[in-house]
Write a protein that binds this ligand. Sequence first.
Ligand code: GLP
Length: 263
Amino acid sequence: MTNAPVSVSGSGSPGASAVAHLVRGPLVLTAATDEVGVVAARLVADHVRGHPTGVLGVATGASPLRLYAALAELRAEGLVTEGLTLAALDEYVGIDPGDERSYHSYVVRHIAGPLGIPESRVLVPRGGTQRDAERYEATLRDLGGVGLQVVGIGRNGHIGFNEPGSSRDSRTRVVALSDDTRAANARYFAGDADRVPSHAITQGIATILAASRIVMVASGAAKAWALDAALRGPVTADVPASFLRTHPSVTVVADDEALRPAS
Ligand code: GLP
């Protein structure tokens, strides 16, 4: 089954949301660039209110930073987040969790700390073997799976570190990073793509799609090709994010630049 996206402009409109919920397919909410994270945070907060001790799936990267900051603001206004468990999508192979460039550090610094969640409830895949990958799958399974999963999108259409070619059935595993992804992430490694690890450990597509609900955030023209392909192109391993259209509860929050059809 593949679902066509449903677009709603003016995300605050209750009428628009009500109509959209009658139709299957990703719900696409358009927001001003500096509001993308705020709108997404409200969706996450609605979920957290109903599942205050659940597993929140978190993505790294620049895109969701505003979302996490907005969640912390909602916490200051009374949202209870301290009981959550955080489960990350991915991690570099060969970067120590204590290294500030690790995704473990990112999750502690930008999410767990501001949300008052102890590090003992921060789960990030770790290691570089199939056994390590299976251990992470088992950890998620033992917790009952992820409730809501936040995802970003790579310029090449990846989600997590599921690069083009990743199958719909893929599970947590060690993957080679594409040249494009290493170039995109060079900014975190002194601008040098060669310093970006060549491999990562990532939840698979099937692992991500096992979450009950998925919220994607994207902004900026650099994401326009990937988002266009994911939402409007064929559902294909060439664009891993397109598999989100096989999930029954996906909301995409994006700005106009990211949503502009690729020419
Ligand atoms: C990284 C992460 C992804 C993230 C993507 C986009 O490589 N593995 O989880 O969604 O790239 O990152 P950004 O939001 O910084 O563009």
